[in-house]
Design a protein around this ligand. Structure first.
Ligand code: HEC
Length: 128
């Protein structure tokens, strides 16, 4: 009995690493839906939406040189994982008056994967 429980726990630990890498790879594909408006990576610039380098952990509405809606600028939010999850379910549900027009993901897994992808980038666009 003890042995099988222990084996189960070890198997889970062994899986944790590769699963994370897969999340980010899946997130990169999903980021296609953001690319019409957002750039990320070493050469990213503000476009229709702000550049998303280093966005995870950043205060909302603070990317230099980007002209945000007053609603997002004054939201007082910080883009931690929980807040980003709500945002990606439907931006207008979190911040009424935002100018990000995105219907939102239906699947929590899609959101997790996109956040895993975004998390890879430092503020200067290099990868962690
Ligand atoms: C149709 C254009 C469009 C699409 C598609 C889009 N966004 Fe946005 N996004 C915007 C705009 C415009 C803003 C600025 C919103 C404001 O000022 O109210 C924004 C803001 C954001 C912010 C807040 C950034 C900050 O500096 O506070 C995040 C995070 C974000 N978008 C993530 C995403 C992700 C991830 C996707 C893809 C799943 C996505 N967006 C798809 C246009 C878009």
């Amino acid at each position: 009995m003890m042995k099988s429980v222990l084996f189960g726990a070890l198997a889970l630990v062994a899986l944790a690493g590769p699963v994370y890498a897969q999340d980010a790879a899946a997130g990169e594909k999903l980021f296609m839906r953001c690319k019409a408006c957002h750039q990320i990576g070493p050469d990213a610039k503000n476009a229709i939406g702000p550049d998303l380098n280093g966005v995870v952990g950043r205060r909302a509405g603070t990317e230099e040189g980007y002209s945000y809606s007053a609603a997002l600028k004054d939201s007082g939010l910080t883009w931690d994982e929980a807040t980003l999850t709500k945002w990606l379910h439907g931006p207008k549900k979190l911040v009424a008056g935002t100018k990000m027009i995105f219907p939102g993901f239906q699947k929590d897994d899609d959101i997790k994967n996109v956040i895993a992808y975004l998390s890879q980038f430092n503020a200067d666009g290099s990868k962690k």
